[in-house]
Design a protein around this ligand. Structure first.
Ligand SMILES: NC(=O)c1ccc[n+]([C@@H]2O[C@H](COP(=O)([O-])OP(=O)(O)OC[C@H]3O[C@@H](n4cnc5c(N)ncnc54)[C@H](OP(=O)(O)O)[C@@H]3O)[C@@H](O)[C@H]2O)c1
Length: 289
């Protein structure tokens, strides 16, 4: 397949370019920054069109986003411009060349007011500006291009970039006090596992909404406790706190665990988050037990 990947300098986009190329697809990457990518600012409709027309892809994979949730809370208008209208531009440009689109969305589109996992057909009710902008992107794409996949995922951890695991392990190594919230629950998800699942999904041409995360969910605190123990920091205390003590501009949903119903029916399932974390730590040379 001929594939254009947006956000190719980012964690998920970069891994998608690599994996899809290895699988024999003809892949181009685009981003506002980065080496070896087509430079495009997706908030510019004509520039987006030009890149999509030049590539003439069969499908555009669209993980590009403004992912700084606190930045989005400080500048909600910009969040909508990048994540909402950027996605509209991708959807329109793809439709013009007859390409399908896969948009990567977020667990945060749900309000988190319940305590059982959200399926693909539960109704989003975003509770912060980042979540709202991601939901605007979903709506825009649904209305523009019927050949769409909307894939919601959560709590990505990736090799080679900033992520929660590396931040907490670095703080533990430096002997800094650790405080992690207990009242934010979702699904830790290994970037490499999600990438493999997306590569399989786009070959099905079964368009629709999907929830793809590693299996199982936990609180941020339980997530941190698990990987600290596995990386040899079992004796390092982690103070349990609640989101209101953390004082961030963006308030995450309290409970936004995703249920993979649609993908599982087609045989697309990801392993447990614990097994994925072990594999991640092993590949980083950090697994100690
Ligand atoms: N990371 C998570 O835990 C998580 C959880 C759920 C869902 N998601 C979704 O998963 C997707 C991938 O996340 P990620 O962690 O791989 O994100 P990432 O590393 O931040 O990558 C996103 C890329 O998009 C680029 N970008 C931003 N604005 C752009 C614009 N106007 N035009 C073109 N490119 C632009 C970014 O460039 P700059 O770096 O210069 O901004 C960055 O290279 C996102 O859609 C995100 O909403 C992520």
């Amino acid at each position: 397949m001929k594939i254009l990947v947006t956000g190719a300098a980012g964690r998920l986009g970069g891994r998608l370019v690599q994996t899809l190329s290895e699988r024999g697809h003809e892949v181009s990457g685009a981003d506002v920054v980065g080496e070896g990518v087509l430079r495009v600012d997706l908030t510019d409709f004509e520039a987006t069109r030009a890149v999509v027309r030049a590539c003439k892809p069969d499908i555009v994979l669209h993980p590009a986003a403004w992912t700084d949730v606190d930045g989005c809370a400080r500048d909600p208008q910009r969040a909508i411009v990048v994540n909402g209208f950027g996605t509209q531009h991708v959807g329109l440009a793809a439709a013009e060349v007859g390409a399908a689109v896969l948009y990567v969305s977020s667990n945060e589109v749900f309000d988190g007011l319940r305590s059982k996992p959200y399926s693909e057909y539960d109704v989003p009710n975003p509770g912060n500006p980042y979540a709202y902008s991601k939901w605007v992107g979903e709506r825009a794409l649904m209305n523009i291009n019927p050949r769409h996949y909307i894939v919601r995922t959560a709590w990505l951890f990736a090799h080679g970039g900033k992520n929660f695991i590396q931040a907490v392990l670095s703080a533990a190594e430096a002997g800094k006090p650790l405080r992690v919230v207990t009242d934010e629950v979702a699904n830790p998800t290994y970037n490499d596992d999600l990438t493999a699942a997306l590569a399989t999904l786009i070959e099905t041409e079964r368009y629709g909404i999907y929830h793809l995360t590693n299996e199982g969910s936990c609180s941020r605190w339980a997530f941190a406790r698990y990987f600290l123990d596995r990386a040899g920091y079992a004796g390092t205390p982690v103070e349990p706190i609640v989101v209101s003590q953390y004082g961030r501009p963006s308030v995450p949903p309290r409970y936004s665990s995703l249920q993979n119903m649609a993908g599982a029916l087609m045989g697309i399932r990801l392993r447990s988050w614990q097994s994925a974390v072990d594999d991640f730590l092993h590949r980083e040379g950090l697994l100690r037990v």
